[in-house]
Design a protein around this ligand. Structure first.
Ligand SMILES: Nc1nc2c(c(=O)[nH]1)N[C@H]1C(S)=C(S)[C@@H](COP(=O)(O)OP(=O)(O)OC[C@H]3O[C@@H](n4cnc5c(=O)[nH]c(N)nc54)[C@H](O)[C@@H]3O)O[C@H]1N2
Ligand SMILES: Nc1nc2c(c(=O)[nH]1)N[C@H]1C(S)=C(S)[C@@H](COP(=O)(O)OP(=O)(O)OC[C@H]3O[C@@H](n4cnc5c(=O)[nH]c(N)nc54)[C@H](O)[C@@H]3O)O[C@H]1N2
Ligand code: SF4
Ligand SMILES: [Mo]
Length: 743
């Protein structure tokens, strides 16, 4: 039996695996895990199947003259990349190389620790990722207010009395931007202690059904409803612990701009009756503690008005924090609080209480549409045009793309255009253990070994966890002969890129040392670090028995907020402490972190950024005249037995209801003559898909609810690349007008 943190979603459950030889024969939740206490979901159960999956690639693939992918050796695969990349970089420069980084990168240690070295070696700023079809608006709003992309306060779900949740379905998703293993249990305990959960969603989801109250809302209109709540709460606000860090004049400017957003004025757009809005505002104010939280439905939806799509995701994300601050919930137990991650993170680095902050809109612009970068990335929706539209003067465009742990053909808008663009590249490399809609287009596929062959620690998600804890899993199995760990693959890619740039290719061991040195040097420089003032050499000497990601993790833990500081805090933690605690170390409930958590130049909460005040002013214009809702509106959903676009072939996750369907309301079905299970065609000007209808009473009339992640019946064949939240570069995926007809 071995313990293992599940790498498959943000919940980060501790699992217990029964091992016989090289096989996993059983998996259950680890009842002693300090964080997840025995919880497991169907995806976790399938981890053994994933490990043993015969479909998982074990050797690199290279596209041959025949246009087909063929197995090849690692040396051959890296040689093709080296030979093709050199002239591209030489003739067209680093900006001709793009990167698409997918979701799994934040679920392991190689991505956070090794990708930066590869990107730096390439020298490109053409970075795209799944974040701009996901959570970027929340990160942008929080970065503006608190100073970094991971300064995101999370609901203190274990202590709150009142939880207002918009556009999230954690009973199925297991939570996102809120690492809370066993959401069902935490919700049960919330209800048991007399707490309230209110869910705002156009669909009566499992979470809505388990809640105290479900409020249906017109897709894309959350920002307006949140503005009404903020209007009711901000005027006579009791800012609580946040008070000293909020400038009164700035607060007043928000109060004034919120004036037009009376519940009566927004009701005609949101469909939420004013009495409900008044009541919920009152409940938020009166609850002993309360937390407001929004997820996919607030970060990736837009309001369709006639033939216009109006993205308001960053605005909605900001207003959630404005409300939380209005009711004194920020940094307060039972409200929304900042986690303190054991291996540190952006909110623990630098100097306590102030920092560089961020520039939004970002400094750089996409070449074709001139759209701004957000937190160092370009909108995923612009990747196709940056490839297929050469600059009229210079002829420059993106000519090579490295996709690492992503499947953008399925996960980003306009499947057809991106497919054609990828086919036209001079070089497409996919670092992926599976043949997917994306990797099958690649010139070179570099597979990575099973997740059970790598160590696990959630260096990213501990920044978002509802309880502070420290957990680590050692690799369960060795990397099989002939396969490679992702760390090695990324180090080799970094070495190739560095070699092309400098004329002398470093070894992967040198790349390893360079990364470790960089981490050590930062720890010594940061005044917030427990290793501040030491010499990097001294730190590296102390961790010299370790290599790869473990060496870096140890450096980060020891210099981090609970670390031993390499002697400065003798009672502090090292990686060894985590290794010695197979069920993890509980570090207690979240603690107030103001003002230490702030990394804004002002050292305050930058509560009223100009760009958001402007967005709020623009939103007020919508209140002046009636808006027109489409007859049919697309909304997204997740499925319990799926993980975005992958893991579809595993026995535990296959079959039954686990297929893409278009959920529609009974009355709409009757009107169009659609029966349950019959095929329907859903279309937009961008594309059309055919899939079975699921006729039901739990979706709002006019909603067509379709899951993403399916290569056939791909909802992103319907989604256009034009609707993008301006501040966060994030695509509108929900709230779009669609046509619906029997197939
Ligand atoms: N219309 C619509 N589109 C959406 C969404 C939506 O709700 N609606 N959701 C969006 C969201 S939230 C997300 S996160 C994105 C996801 O977007 P992506 O990250 O592009 O998609 P995934 O399906 O997560 O793809 C992960 C890929 O990584 C591979 N992989 C698995 N494990 C590893 C590993 O350890 N290393 C490497 N290198 N590869 C690995 C898998 O085989 C798979 O091909 O999709 C987004 N797209
Ligand atoms: N089983 C499973 N779990 C997963 C995943 C998976 O694919 N499968 N994916 C993981 C990933 S990458 C992520 S990011 C998380 C996402 O986690 P969640 O955000 O919790 O999951 P979603 O199902 O996307 O929930 C979005 C909800 O928003 C609603 N919605 C759509 N438009 C609007 C709107 O305009 N306003 C409001 N208020 N609601 C709206 C939808 O009906 C849906 O119920 O899930 C993660 N967990
Ligand atoms: S909820 Fe997430 S972390 Fe927990 S077992 Fe399921 S997939 Fe793994
Ligand atoms: Mo996601």
């Amino acid at each position: 039996m071995v313990n293992r943190i599940c790498p498959l979603c943000e919940a980060t459950c501790g699992l217990t695996l029964t091992i016989e030889g090289t096989e996993v024969t059983a998996i259950r939740g680890d009842s002693e895990d300090v964080f997840s206490r025995g919880y497991i979901c169907p995806k976790g159960v399938s981890l053994g199947e994933l490990h043993a999956d015969p479909q998982r690639l074990t050797t690199p693939l290279i596209k041959g003259e025949d246009g087909q992918l063929h197995p090849a050796s690692w040396d051959e695969a890296f040689a093709v990349i080296r030979d093709r990349l050199r002239p591209i970089l030489g003739e067209h420069g680093p900006q001709s190389v793009g990167l698409f980084l997918g979701n799994p990168n934040v679920h392991n240690l190689s991505g956070p620790f090794y990708l930066p070295a590869f990107i730096k070696a390439l020298g490109t700023t053409q970075r795209f990722s799944a974040s701009t079809v996901d959570q970027m608006p929340k990160q942008v709003a929080c970065a503006l207010m608190y100073g970094t992309a991971l300064s995101v306060p999370v609901p203190d779900i274990d202590r709150t009395h009142y939880f207002l949740m918009l556009g999230a379905n954690p009973m199925v998703s297991n939570g996102s931007m809120m690492t809370a293993a066993d959401f069902p249990g935490r919700l049960r305990r919330l209800r048991q202690r007399g707490g309230t959960l209110v869910v705002v969603d156009p669909v009566r989801t499992r979470t809505a059904a388990a809640a105290s109250e479900h409020v249906s809302i017109r897709p894309g209109s959350d920002a307006l409803w949140l503005a009404s709540l903020a209007h009711l709460l901000a005027q006579a606000a009791d800012l609580g612990l946040a008070q000293p860090w909020v400038d009164a004049n700035e607060w007043e400017s928000i109060v004034q701009l919120l004036a037009p957003f009376t519940p009566e004025a927004t009701a005609q757009i949101t469909g939420i009756d004013p009495a409900t809005t008044h009541r919920i505002a009152q409940e938020l104010k009166e609850a002993p503690s309360a937390a407001v939280y929004g997820r996919m439905g607030t970060t990736t939806s837009g309001l369709t008005n006639g033939d216009q799509v109006i993205p308001m995701a960053t605005l909605a994300s900001w207003l959630i924090d404005v409300i939380n601050i209005s009711i004194g919930a920020l940094d307060s137990p039972g409200g929304v609080m900042f986690p303190l991650p054991v291996a540190g993170g952006p909110s623990t680095e630098g100097s306590a209480g102030s920092g560089h902050g961020v520039q939004i809109p970002g400094r750089r612009r996409t070449r074709v549409r001139g759209l701004p970068s957000a937190l160092g990335e370009f909108p995923a929706s612009t990747l196709a045009e940056e490839i297929d539209t050469p600059d009229p003067e210079s002829g420059e465009r993106i000519r090579a793309v490295f996709v690492v742990g992503g499947n953008p053909i399925v996960s980003t808008p306009n499947q057809e255009r991106l497919t054609a663009a990828f086919r036209s590249l001079d070089l497409l490399v996919s670092v992926d253990p599976y043949l997917t809609a994306t990797s099958s287009l690649a010139d070179v596929v570099l597979p990575v070994a099973s997740p059970l062959t790598r160590p696990q620690h959630d260096v990213v998600f501990n920044n978002l966890a509802v309880r502070n804890q420290a957990r680590y899993s050692a690799p369960v199995f060795d990397v099989p002969e002939g396969e490679k760990d992702e760390t090695e693959v990324l180090a080799q890619l970094a070495a190739i890129a560095a070699g092309i740039a400098s004329g002398h290719e470093p070894t992967t061991a040198q790349i390893d040392d360079l990364i470790a040195y960089t981490v050590a040097a930062q720890a010594c420089t940061d005044t917030a670090s427990r290793a501040h003032g030491r010499a990097p050499e001294e730190l590296l000497e102390a961790v010299s028995s370790r290599t790869g990601v473990e060496r870096i993790l140890d450096l980060r833990i020891r210099s981090g907020p609970y670390g031993d500081g390499f002697g400065s805090h003798p009672d502090g933690l090292t990686l060894q402490h985590l290794q010695d605690a197979p069920h993890g170390i509980d570090l207690g409930p979240l603690q107030p972190r103001l003002p230490e958590v702030l990394r804004t130049p002002s050292g305050r909460i930058d509560i009223a950024p100009d760009v958001l005040l402007e967005a709020l002013g623009n939103a007020a214009l919508l209140l002046n005249e009636p808006t027109t809702a489409p007859r049919f509106t697309l909304v997204g959903r997740r499925q319990l037995r799926s993980n975005n676009s992958w893991m579809k072939g595993l026995p535990t996750l296959t079959g039954g209801s686990n297929i893409p369907t278009a959920m529609i309301h009974t009355d709409d079905a009757t009107e169009l003559g659609i029966v349950d299970g019959a095929d329907v065609t859903v279309s937009t000007i961008t594309g059309s898909i055919t899939l079975p209808a699921s006729v039901r009473g739990d979706v709002a009339r006019g909603c067509v609810c379709i899951p993403h992640g399916w290569a056939e019946a791909n909802v992103n064949a319907l989604v256009d690349v034009t609707a993008i939240d301006a501040l966060a570069g994030t695509s509108v995926l929900s709230g779009l007008q669609v046509n619906l007809a029997p197939a």
